[in-house]
Design a protein. Structure first.
Lengths: 255, 382
């Protein structure tokens, strides 16, 4: 089974990311790592691929983004594709999806595309669907369990109340939740071997995309901090409390 | 300051993975294991799965074939999050190194893959109740059978880390007359008849690193489990100790770093007289000395690790590294308690545990007086 995993290199997942003067995350010259959310899709891919399958990791981003691929390869991925092109700076979701879809199309005989639910830096949570749409593939989101039996994909799709069982034909695009698995740590051998694994670096023109294709359609005009939540009201008198709570809920039209 | 200055790209990447494992899995589990006095066997197994139980050993025996320095830096990292787990790794290595360097091919093929994978845990048995620093006076006997096919072990070993927990024991016993030349080394498996364990030792610290007495009552050991030649046991024991001393130096550095980090965090957080106590110069000077000593200990053990990797004679230097780093750990952990004031003496903060853990580092793998003797003897003889 050949699986493509879309991964992202994000700045400093542990700390507070810095914003640049263009109102975008500073991605260059800062410490970064494979998005922790993506570790779950890489793990799922490695488990599904088994010993005879192949896992291809794909990322788009600046030079440092190769770190995300390296990490996935040291976990056990087989090859990496890095789309590196200055014209992609500030790419929005649609542009990124076009680029990643173009890379996936080049992977002959792929069976499945996995991605995280959303990135830990941008949080749009829309990229995998856009990729599926561009590739004209079915898309299953929030997978807490992914299996393939007789060429059919079986997914337990996490919902608020529990989970749905979803089946769909392959190939498909699936987003994997953090609850799906516990990602493995890279092994010492994996780290050493990662450097020998094939890694392709591609530009926008290598992918057959035009300047128009990768022109961002969104512009970030400014940034505002989210307003701090107002402190809640504490009712200390036990006599008064029930009435006040009912009053509050009635006003809020909850009851 | 770049703590990992001078390390290769490979070493940095390995350390990054270890750091993550330590932060996410090992460090949070440490207080629980210490409280339960339980060996963190599952964490050790996971280190094995990551390929960290046999870092410097030949790949043909399941090792990773990486420099000894890599192993030392991993030890430091583990020690900074869960000291007893690092100790487990260090003792495991001490037990395997004698076999790796002196054992026959068949003996290595039999035991090393299981040790390198972390499936089996190793223990090293030299000390006895009446022979500590004077190790060559050990009394456990190994008598060869008439047909030469086996040895019969009788006696006991004291203060053996992993006693009762390990599957594999590198045991030094007397096959000949008195003195170092009468000593041989054997690989003995847990479960063999005539091999039993004494009660769990109650220690000042290192609670997640169980220690027991080994009891041999006519335990039959096949002759092929002799490591090296008869009479070579003391050399094997000491060679292991040279490596082991570097391991203890790395563990000491990691422990000191943990205490220092806790002290800095506390000093930033704690306010007295209207400002964080870290702004008082008296305290800054303490912290500055701690930082300097830790950095010196780190540089020293890593440089000696490089000397070992380069094939140099590192015995005296290993003693220096062990002496300096363990004394540093004692000083730094003591000062870390001081920085915490009354809180430092309480078990709700980890520094009192660090201080207890540091004390044993000045004793094991040769007391620091023995280290000075090793260094001094070289000076007298050259």
């Amino acid at each position: 089974m050949n699986i493509v995993v879309l991964v992202k290199y994000i700045p400093n997942p542990e700390g507070t990311p810095e914003m640049g003067p263009d109102h975008r995350l500073k991605r260059e010259g800062v410490e970064g790592a494979l998005d922790p959310g993506d570790e779950h899709s890489v793990e799922a891919a490695l488990q599904l691929a088994g010993s005879d399958g192949e896992v291809t990791l794909v990322t788009m981003g600046p030079e440092a983004a190769v770190g995300a691929l390296r990490r996935g390869l040291s976990m056990g991925g087989h090859k990496g594709v890095h789309v590196l092109d200055d014209s992609l700076k500030g790419a929005d979701v649609l542009v990124t999806a076009r680029v990643l879809a173009a890379v996936v199309k080049r992977q002959a005989g792929f069976d499945l595309v996995l991605a995280g639910v959303e990135s830990t830096d941008g949080y749009t949570g829309t990229l995998p669907m856009a990729v599926a749409e561009l590739l004209d593939l079915p898309n299953v989101t929030f997978a807490r369990k992914v299996e393939v039996a007789d060429g059919t994909l079986k997914v337990e799709r996490q919902t608020e109340a529990g989970y749905d069982e979803v089946e769909c034909p392959l190939p498909a695009v699936v987003t994997v939740t953090a609850g799906a698995n516990e990602p493995r740590y890279p092994t010492l051998k994996g780290i050493m071997q990662a450097k020998q694994k094939p890694m392709d670096t591609l530009s926008v023109s290598d992918l057959g995309l035009s300047a128009e294709d990768v022109k961002a359609t969104q512009e970030v005009m400014g940034l505002e901090p989210v307003a701090a939540k107002e402190a809640g009201e504490v009712i200390e008198d036990p006599e008064e409390a029930p009435g006040r709570v009912v009053e509050f809920l009635t006003k809020a039209k909850v009851i | 300051m770049d703590r990992d200055f001078g390390l290769t790209e490979d070493q940095r990447e390995i350390l990054a993975a270890v750091r993550e494992f330590v932060r996410e899995k090992a460090a949070p589990a440490a207080p629980g294991y210490e409280e339960k006095h339980e060996l963190p066997r599952d964490l050790f197994r996971r280190l094995g799965e990551m390929g960290l139980a046999g870092i410097p050993y030949d790949e043909r025996y399941g090792g990773a074939g990486q420099p000894f320095l890599t192993y030392l830096t991993v030890l430091e990292e583990v020690a900074s999050g869960f000291f007893s787990l690092a100790l487990t790794l260090s003792v495991h290595h001490l037990s395997a190194s004698g076999l790796h360097r002196f054992g026959s091919d068949s003996l290595k093929e039999k035991y090393l893959p299981r040790l390198c994978s972390g499936e089996w845990l190793g223990a090293y048995a030299l000390s006895e109740a009446s022979s500590g620093s004077d190790a060559a006076s050990l009394r456990t006997r190994a008598d060869r059978s008439g047909d030469g096919s086996s040895y019969r072990l009788t006696g006991s070993k004291r203060f053996i880390t992993h006693g009762g927990e390990a599957e594999y024991y590198l045991v030094m016993a007397r096959t000949g007359g008195e003195g170092p030349s009468g000593i041989s080394a054997f690989v003995i498996e847990r479960g063999w008849e005539g091999f039993d364990f004494g009660k769990l030792e109650e220690k000042m610290g290192w609670h997640a690193s169980p220690m027991r007495e080994l009891l041999f009552e006519g335990c039959q050991v096949p002759a092929e489990n002799l490591v090296g030649d008869e009479g070579e046991g003391f050399t094997i024991a000491l060679a292991g100790l040279d490596s082991g001393r570097l391991g203890i130096a790395a563990c000491s550095t990691g422990l000191a770093q943990a205490a220092f980090d806790a002290a800095v965090a506390f000093a930033r957080e704690r306010s007295q007289f209207g400002k964080p106590i870290i702004e008082f110069q008296g305290l800054q000077f303490m912290l500055a000395d701690m930082a300097t000593q830790i950095e010196a200990a780190r540089r020293l053990y890593r440089e000696v690790g490089r000397l070992r990797d380069a094939g140099g004679d590192y015995s005296q230097a290993a003693s220096m590294a062990k002496l300096f780093a363990s004394d540093t750990a004692m000083r730094v952990t003591t000062d870390a308690v001081q920085v915490h004031g009354g809180y430092g003496y309480m078990q709700e903060y980890p520094v009192e545990r660090y201080m207890r853990e540091a004390k044993a580092l000045q004793i094991v793998e040769g007391t620091n007086q023995i280290q000075r003797m090793v260094i001094g003897r070289r000076l007298a003889s050259s």
